[in-house]
Design a binder for this molecule. Structure first.
Ligand code: ADP
Ligand code: MG
Length: 238
């Protein structure tokens, strides 16, 4: 269902090449984490997969289909934004149902999908509230709920927890792990937090200046880092 493949994917911003020929295959249902220092291209690569950023060269395939030239809404993926991207004047229910409503889905279907997402995220008691009357963790769950209702084949997360405090980050990390178990959807998750990467990932992709420094299971990277850059990033004791 949700396999994703990058073939020689490149991104140029004018003269600057920020993604340099990435080859990567992500299996259906896999949880892949992109890590690497600020500016290495994590967000750009994720946005290329989601179609929010054009791919300059190479191909992106979803479920074996070349989507390189397709707009975001045709890719069957969803990008989970930080909770501040909620609509402040809408209730939780309307925030979660918005994309379906915009797509002209029938009201009964929207209600059912919002109900199901609210149950998964334990948001039922808050459906009539506005975002400002929620805690940070609840808001982030609404942001995730907006994606769930669309039943995407894959979820793309770009540092979704970076503006939450430490305790909430732990809570939401567990929430995302549970969500992955329950939905079984492919997830690509960008973070610069080693703990998030080590605990969430089936495989970690370490990026260095737009190239892949190493790909592997967390344990593999920790025990057998390919080079000093990876070792320092994954925090293996030397
Ligand atoms: P990360 O998410 O790993 O911090 P980004 O993908 O945001 O990195 O950025 C990678 C590189 O691309 C950086 O050098 C950044 O300055 C550059 N970049 C990102 N977006 C643009 C843009 N729209 N125009 C020009 N350069 C950009
Ligand atoms: Mg980024």
């Amino acid at each position: 269902m949700g396999s994703i493949e990058l073939r020689g994917a490149e991104k140029w911003f004018g003269e600057a090449q920020v993604i340099k020929g990435i080859d990567l295959t992500i299996a259906d249902g896999e949880f892949v984490v992109f890590v690497g220092p600020s500016g290495c291209g994590k967000s750009t690569l994720l946005r290329m997969i989601g179609g929010l950023e054009e791919t300059s060269r190479g191909q992106i395939l979803i479920e074996g289909r070349d989507v390189t030239a397709e707009p975001p809404y045709r890719r069957g993926l969803t990008m989970v934004f930080q909770s501040y991207a909620l609509y402040p004047h809408m209730s939780v229910r309307d925030n979660m149902g918005f994309a379906l409503k915009a797509a002209g889905r029938p009201r009964a279907e929207i209600e059912e999908k919002v109900r199901k997402a609210a149950e998964i995220l334990r948001l039922e008691p808050y459906l009539d509230r506005r975002p400002k009357d929620l805690s940070g963790g609840q808001r982030q769950r609404v942001a995730i709920g907006r994606s769930i209702v669309r039943e995407p084949t894959a979820f793309l997360f770009d540092e979704p927890l970076s503006n939450l405090d430490a305790a909430l980050r732990v809570e939401m990390r567990l929430e995302i792990a549970k969500l992955h178990q329950r939905l079984g959807a492919t997830m690509i998750y960008v973070t610069h937090d080693q703990v998030e990467a080590m605990t969430l990932a089936d495989r970690i992709v370490v990026l260095e200046f737009g190239t892949i420094a190493q790909v592997g299971a967390p344990r593999e990277l920790y025990e057998r880092p390919a080079n000093l850059f990876v070792a320092q990033f994954i925090g293996s004791p030397s």
